[in-house]
Ligand binder design. Structure first.
Ligand SMILES: O=c1ccn([C@@H]2O[C@H](COP(=O)(O)O)[C@@H](O)[C@H]2O)c(=O)[nH]1
Length: 300
């Protein structure tokens, strides 16, 4: 039995205020948010070390204060917030409750929320994950979800199908920012294509004909140095983590992504979050990155 019989029409907020998510696909909402606010995505990653740096306890109250502060600082000005589910899950059900509230408050303030939960399983179980994050009536409903295709791209079908129905998006881990990803993602298949390139090709097919932007994105690390071997023209968003703490810089984005830079959603967590807990300092840090990104993309 399905927890949610079918995606209901359901009012949600977005960059231009309340909207019906089933009426407007994620890609269109994201394009507008990026055009209005700039493309920056700030992470909500309540690492234990950051809670300590902020003078907070490593407990649910600290988690809640941290997340609330990040939402208050940037949700009314950046296009996207990306909570890292792991740091909420470690507190069990009370951590998940904080995550639910953070998602709802971020969306109410006008940010789109990409839930970074990196789910992936056999198709029948994937349907459960899809309902948990992409069904409009789910407590953790998010504008988009990160998913892992390493049980086979086809295993993601339930998430892709539900996202299409509910107006949500999906980000597939194609070329991740961590060095260990290469052993899987750069592996060459029997047809001569790498695994990562194959994921990008699947996404281009999902997004074919969508305007102004498809809803099915790829995670492509900003740390990768050279992407010239890859066709990044997937007509969908490219979520690019790795800036700041992992070593990539905003200035590198135009050369790295080429013509696709217009569809890049640059992501930063620790290098913004370490400026807390002052709301003004967090805001200023996010704005410095946003300006650097804008300058690079405008000059591209
Ligand atoms: O390839 C990937 C996919 C996801 N991530 C996530 O993004 C943030 C990065 O945090 P920083 O502090 O800016 O390094 C984190 O939540 C990762 O799990 C990624 O880094 N790379």
């Amino acid at each position: 039995m399905s927890a949610h019989p079918s995606p209901a029409r359901h009012p949600a907020s977005g960059p231009s205020g309340p909207q019906d998510v089933s009426a407007e696909p994620f890609g269109a909402r994201l394009r507008r948010a990026m055009d209005e606010r700039g493309p920056l995505c700030v992470g909500i990653d309540p690492h234990a070390s950051l809670l300590a740096e902020w003078g907070l306890n490593d407990d649910v109250a600290g988690l809640e204060r941290f997340s609330r502060t990040v939402v208050e600082a940037v949700a009314d000005r950046v296009a996207v917030l990306k909570p890292q589910s792991a740091f909420f899950e470690r507190f069990g059900s009370r951590g998940i409750a904080v995550l639910e509230t953070s998602v709802q408050e971020a969306r109410a303030a006008g940010a789109l929320v990409v839930m970074d939960a990196k789910r992936g399983d056999i198709g029948s179980t994937m349907a459960g994950y899809a309902e948990a994050f992409l069904h409009p009536d789910a407590p953790l409903f998010s504008d988009a979800l990160t998913v892992s295709p390493y049980l086979g791209y086809g295993s993601l079908s339930p998430a892709i199908a539900l996202a299409r129905e509910s107006g949500a998006g999906v980000f597939v881990l194609a070329l991740t920012s961590n060095p260990e990803g290469a052993e899987v993602q750069h592996a060459v298949r029997a047809d001569g294509r790498t695994v990562g390139a194959t994921m990008l090709a699947h996404l281009a097919a999902e997004n074919a004909g969508q305007s102004p932007l498809g809803s099915f994105g790829a995670v492509v690390g900003a740390t990768l140095g050279d992407l010239s071997a890859y066709d990044l023209d997937i007509n969908g968003p490219l979520l690019a983590p790795g800036i700041g703490a992992q070593g990539a810089t905003p200035a590198e984005l135009p050369a790295l992504f080429g013509a696709a830079v217009r569809n890049v959603v640059p992501h930063i967590s620790r290098s913004v979050l370490r400026h807390g807990p002052e709301v003004g300092a967090l805001r200023a840090a996010a704005e410095r990155f946003a300006d650097a990104i804008r300058a690079g993309v405008a000059g591209a």
